[in-house]
Write a protein that binds this ligand. Structure first.
Ligand code: SF4
Length: 378
């Protein structure tokens, strides 16, 4: 198996099919402005810190490097690109202002690593590794995301965990700080290193992803980033990209496009009718109750009214009666919703929750459709 990187693991977690199309089938991805922007800003930070001896390059030189290494690909318009370019210069000037005074040489910049996680090779590049006064190490990764990172995000970030594993394996020095550097605000968002339990969880995750890839499990999982760069290969979108498919019949003379619209229209009529029916039912029941009637008459039909009572049992009372007699087991049945709750309850031992999760299996399947308005989507 080829080495895995954090981006690949993260993409597999987001959508296994998208991972396959990008990394196994090697379909070409589209250029995006924010990727180009991120690449340029990373290159500038590397240029600033990767000097053979201090001091770092003066601001003028750094900005010249920025201009020379600006990537134009992927921006939606010349105006968008121009705005980003001005924005990037401002960010970089601030970056220089913050990091130039008291400049310290990192011990690694754009450091490439290969590590072995129980037979699975992991590779990646770490933007920067600093040596702290304490003798420990600090890992820094630059990000051009819009939002600042929350403590919760930092604590859950898999990339930082994998980087800590890589650095600890190579330097044999303690990692003392993990940082995502938020370029847009020039803010270091830092957190303490991961403990052994978090490292173990990350190791398990790497192995699970590697095993799923090796087993060829590539379902499409729809999410926020959809449609990705390969909608014509995705079961959620490919139908839209084959015009003749929409005209094709699904049975007899029913055309696919017509069937979809008819389905949605019937479903919404049923919903409206159900609302009307519920309201009418409520009014008729109120009338019968107030007037003390058991039957009301229309022109051609009559409706007989009866207040139907639903009976049930108090769990506590039933338990108190049946448990001592050893009969409780005969009336217990599994409640899927409660089992799900148990699986996600952190107060329950992890191995029990994992074993319970592993017992989950498909017990029935039935077709279901969720309508979506295409106009809104576009
Ligand atoms: S469009 Fe969405 S669901 Fe389909 S392959 Fe791309 S990411 Fe996955």
């Amino acid at each position: 198996m080829r080495p895995l990187s954090y981006s690949q693991i993260s993409l597999y977690q987001t959508c296994p099919l998208c991972y396959k199309l990008q990394y196994i089938d090697r379909l070409e991805t589209k250029y995006k402005g924010y990727f180009s922007f991120g690449t340029t800003m990373h290159a500038c930070a590397e240029y600033f810190f990767k000097v053979k001896v201090p001091p770092p390059p003066p601001l003028e030189e750094l900005l010249q490097f920025y201009d020379k290494n600006w990537l134009s690909a992927g921006y939606e318009s010349a105006e968008e690109e121009a705005n980003y370019k001005v924005y990037g210069r401002e960010m970089l000037a601030k970056f220089w202002e913050i990091h130039q005074p008291g400049f310290r040489m990192p011990i690694a910049v754009e450091w490439m690593f290969y590590i072995n996680v129980e037979g699975i090779k992991l590779r990646g590049f770490i933007d920067r590794v600093d040596k702290l006064d304490s003798g420990g190490l600090a890992i820094v990764d630059y990000k051009t995301d819009r939002e600042l990172f929350t403590n919760d995000y930092l604590a859950r970030n898999l990339q930082l965990t994998l980087y800590q594993m890589a650095v600890a394996q190579s330097w044999f020095l303690p990692v003392e700080r993990l940082t995502l550097y938020h370029f847009r605000t020039n803010t270091s968002c830092s957190c303490p290193p991961r403990d052994e339990a978090r490292i173990e969880a990350a190791r398990r995750l790497v192995l699970e992803v590697a095993e799923s890839i090796a087993a060829g499990r590539f379902p499409a999982i729809e999410g926020e980033r959809c449609p990705c760069d390969f909608p014509e290969h995705c079961p959620y979108y490919q139908h839209k990209f084959v015009p003749e498919a929409k005209e094709a019949g699904i049975s007899g003379e029913v055309a696919m496009a017509g069937a979809v619209e008819r389905y949605v229209s019937l479903q919404s009529q049923i919903k409206e009718l159900q609302l009307e029916l519920d309201e009418l039912k409520r009014m008729l029941a109120d009338f019968c109750r107030v007037e003390g009637l058991n039957r009301v008459y229309g022109a051609e039909h009559a409706l007989t009214y009866k207040l139907v009572e639903k009976t049930g049992f108090s769990e506590e009372e039933v338990r108190a009666l049946l448990e001592p007699a050893g009969l409780l087991g005969r009336v217990l049945s599994l409640d899927s919703a409660k089992l799900k709750e148990l699986i996600s309850d952190e107060a329950v031992a992890k191995d029990i929750r994992n074993k319970l999760e592993a017992l989950k299996q498909v017990v029935a399947s039935y077709p279901q459709f969720w309508p979506r308005r295409l106009v809104e989507e576009e």
